[in-house]
Design a protein. Structure first.
Length: 83
């Protein structure tokens, strides 16, 4: 199954590790360090031109998505429930 992250970006649901609200970057030191490490290793991708609302962590990459974390979680849950 696949999950649409916004724009033209779609990932396999099996690649999904976590979905966070964008506010976690400011409220959690360890989350900020994680994202900075991914940036240094060129494993971060911003989707589209819109302001990011969520951070999606996959096995190989971190995505900034313009879709809210609650919407993405609903999409992910529908795939895992039906699988």
């Amino acid at each position: 199954m696949y999950i649409h992250l916004g724009g033209e970006k779609i990932i396999r649901s099996s690649e999904l590790v976590a979905i966070f609200d964008i506010s976690i970057e400011k409220s959690s030191k360890i989350s900020k360090q994680f994202v900075n490490n991914a940036l240094e290793n060129k494993k971060v991708e911003s989707i589209g031109e819109e302001e990011p609302k969520s951070i999606v962590v996959t096995k190989n990459k971190v995505y900034y998505s313009p879709i809210s974390s609650s919407t993405l979680k609903k999409r992910a849950n529908s795939f895992f429930v039906n699988a």
